[in-house]
Design a protein around this ligand. Sequence first.
Ligand code: SF4
Ligand code: SF4
Length: 387
Amino acid sequence: MGEKQEYAPFRVGAARCVSYEPSAVEEAVERAVQASGGWPESCCSEEVLLKANLLAPRPPEDAVTTHPEVLRGVVRSLRRRGAGRIRIGDNPGYIYASQKELLLERTGMKRLGEDEDVPVGTLSDEGVEEVPIPGGRVLSRARVSTRILRSRYLVNVAKLKTHVETEMTGCLKNLFGIADTQTRKRAHQSRDTSHLVHGILDLFTLARPLFHVLDAVVAMEGNGPSHGSPKRVGWILAGPNAPSIDLVAAVSMGYSNPFDIPLLRTAAERGLGPRSLDEVDLRGANWEELPTAGFRRASGLVRFIPTPLRGFAHRWVALRPQLERSACVRCRVCQEVCPVDALAWDDGPVVDSNRCVQCLCCHEMCPTGAMKAAANPLARWVQGMRS
Ligand code: SF4
Ligand code: SF4
């Protein structure tokens, strides 16, 4: 058994890591975990499930998914502490659940599983179960992977990316993936971003992993989580509290006040994490060295709107889906993922702007990038005035 964990709920361990060179990542994962106080003892004895981010069948260098070297580092670190069976999985985005072999091959998970003798698969292999979420604000019930519900020892191994709807995706948002497509669609069915934010946090309260590791070595900037660009940020972050890690990660993305991000502010308001950066016990790094020069956030103006007005203003300032017809391969994925059936068909998808809630799920899941996230003319004009 490894060292005893010193209980520090808002402690975040940070380790510099500027490439995915395997030994460098393994060493950085170990340093970040130790800086945060070490693995909880319960992670080191029985079966541990690692929840990765396997959103889509994209190669690790695209920065869409958790890098396999980070997962390898976590597997080896847990084994050094005596962990028994370790399993890796995720519920990939919507249709990709039916393309499991392609997903595992492209993301590097198949190779990782073979190298490390670890089962890797989709979380819903054993089906889903509907369960209540006590205190859920948006989701009073959710259909969650049976494997997640049966797993007592869950470790969240997330990827840092921008997100066109929630501004960032890190540890908190990665847990949205414990639910099935139907549940996730329900959380997306509103123009008011707070609906989605509460849905994400409702699922977080259900999952409650023991520990989190965030792959912020190369993050995604621009219009993530699928169609942004890789950006070197250079950190592995670890700790027992997801909002604390996401706050540190947001600073690394250049936010001087990470509570400007609705997901992080709402997590604090719901008592799920620190209410100020002063409460975060950052080890292994200084706050001043975290920000990444020139990091591009997701576009869109919702973040500039006062919180009480966001629901009202969303329609006018949020990004909206726009088809680049020449890039469309007419796969109908966008139609399948739309939570409000806002896409008709006329030799390609046609957006019904009255129904569309601008959730951008169609943009996120479009395999070719044909469905763009476009600013409307008013938003472009205001953005031009600001720059
Ligand atoms: S816009 Fe994208 S998801 Fe929709 S049909 Fe075209 S290629 Fe497929
Ligand atoms: S058309 Fe796209 S952006 Fe609009 S509601 Fe459907 S999935 Fe969301």
